[in-house]
Design a binder for this molecule. Structure first.
Ligand SMILES: Cc1cc2nc3c(=O)[nH]c(=O)nc-3n(C[C@H](O)[C@H](O)[C@H](O)COP(=O)(O)OP(=O)(O)OC[C@H]3O[C@@H](n4cnc5c(N)ncnc54)[C@H](O)[C@@H]3O)c2cc1C
Length: 439
């Protein structure tokens, strides 16, 4: 039997973007409905950040049996999820509907037999792993981040297709579990969004640890063999693995029915929005990875907050452009804040850079992890810090400090003048800033 309900706002998807939007609007007193097709928490909690970081932490010290690792990853997910199976939405003033939302009209959505209407609809449906169009790959049923955390046993040899953050993190974790790992990257370097020096050092450290890294290589064909192994063909070579994991980008995940409504999409199929998060359909908003910007949890929830603010206040205040900040959680970590040297130069600025090696600093010597460096990029005319690129232990935390400095418009000299506790990893960033400000 059909039931119909009208709300002030309707949110589709409970990943970081939808969750932030629904809770903010609910706590502001709006009558809000949230629709989620799968487990609450989105990709981040169920098959992304949380299980991957738990896996990395569990494999960093000792080699453990796979079933114990899987059980512990699940335990971390349960802890993060909290005790209420319905996510505490009732207390947040949000009605939760379980099921896949289908658009009937711009402001009307069906979930099973239930029809929901609202003047504001927020699409926060995220992305799915993209399977590159390599002949035979999809048919070979490769692993993705959605399946890899629950494989029944470890493969002996694993091919990882994609040398970006996800491929590097998972590749290292499986290598530490005793799996023979080969990472294939079609571009000429891994972690291609990072400074070339960071990519080169990452590749060196991976190879030294025993992870095979093949860059600038195109996989032409794949096939699941009799007996279950997977064969890959590259230029003139046949490779054989027990499993293949695809970590080669993400595809937008759009609710059914949107195609009939004329929603504007970009060339890659992600939802186009205004600076305020509104789509070309009045009253239809989008937030998070489905909009195709920086695909990280912190940006997804920021966008969810922004959209909610605009819906609550009824006015559109353009989103401030956030400083690009993220981390790759492997050992050593990569921390990225602001512009790379190449990006800064392409923006027409004259830049100065400095690089300081971790082995120069007492904290890194004392902790026994002297691999890595900090590279900072400053505007030569104003001295303002434009970017910081860190490859070292605790780089993820240093990237947060660097992002704050960049966002506040500090000069490298001002960062260097701020006293930091001794001995800490953060001194690496401070002294790199001192170097760049001395020219
Ligand atoms: C392996 C991996 C590791 C990662 N590690 C990090 C990290 O360390 N740090 C970081 O910042 N980011 C990380 N990310 C990225 C992060 O997970 C995403 O940026 C974030 O989850 C995006 O949030 P979102 O709300 O936009 O979408 P999602 O988290 O994808 O959530 C979308 C939700 O919408 C639901 N949905 C989809 N269609 C419908 C429908 N029709 N009806 C109802 N519900 C629907 C889905 O079920 C899902 O719950 C990682 C990603 C992966 C894959």
């Amino acid at each position: 039997m059909t039931s119909e309900h009208t709300y002030d706002a309707l949110v589709i998807g409970d990943g970081p973007a939808g969750d932030a939007a629904a809770r903010k609007m609910g706590s502001a007193g709006l009558h809000v409905a949230l629709v989620e097709a799968a487990e609450l928490g989105g990709e981040c909690l169920n098959s992304g950040c949380v299980p991957s970081k738990a896996l990395l932490a569990l494999t960093s010290r000792e080699r453990r049996p796979w079933d114990e690792v899987v059980a512990r990853v699940r335990a971390v997910q349960l802890l993060t999820r909290g005790s209420d199976p319905d996510g505490g939405f009732a207390e947040a003033g949000v009605d939760l509907y379980r099921g896949a939302a289908r658009f009937l009209g711009p402001n009307e959505v069906a979930v099973g037999e239930t029809v929901l209407r609202a003047p504001h609809v927020v699409i926060a449906t995220g992305t799915a792993p993209a399977i590159p169009p390599i002949p035979g790959l999809a048919e070979a049923n490769p692993l993705t981040n959605r399946t890899v955390f629950s494989i029944p046993s470890l493969p002996g040899r694993l091919a990882v297709i994609g040398g970006g953050a996800i491929g590097l993190e998972l590749g290292q974790a499986f290598h530490r579990l005793g799996v023979e790992v080969t990472i294939f990257e079609v571009l000429d370097r891994v972690a291609a969004s990072e400074e070339p020096e960071v990519s080169a050092e990452l590749e060196r450290v991976l190879q030294a640890a025993g992870v095979r890294v093949e860059t600038g290589i195109r996989i032409e064909r794949a096939a699941r063999q009799e007996g279950g192994r997977v064969a890959l063909w590259t230029d003139g070579r046949r490779w054989e693995f027990d499993e293949v994991l695809v970590a080669a980008g993400r595809s937008p995940q759009l609710p059914e029915g949107l195609d009939r409504l004329g929603l504007a999409l970009d060339q890659r199929g992600f939802i186009e929005t205004s600076a305020c998060g509104e789509t070309n359909l009045p009253g239809v908003w989008a937030a998070g990875d489905v909009t195709g910007g920086l695909q990280f949890t912190h940006y997804a929830s920021l966008q969810g907050h922004h959209v909610a603010r605009h819906i609550i206040a009824g006015e559109c205040e353009p989103r401030p452009a956030p400083v690009g900040v993220w981390a790759i959680f492997r050992e050593p970590e990569v921390g990225h804040a602001g512009l790379t040297e190449g990006e800064a130069r392409r923006s027409g600025r004259t830049v100065r850079t400095a690089r300081l090696d971790a082995r120069e600093l007492d904290w890194f010597r004392a902790s026994g992890s002297t691999i890595g460096f900090a590279k900072v990029v400053a505007d030569a005319a104003t001295g303002r810090l434009l970017g910081a690129h860190l490859l070292c232990e605790r780089a993820s935390d240093l990237a947060g400090e660097a992002a704050l400095a960049i966002q506040c418009g500090l000069t490298a000299r001002e960062v260097a003048a701020a006293v930091h506790p001794y001995p800490t990893a953060a001194e690496l960033f401070r002294w790199a800033c001192a170097q760049v400000s001395h020219g």
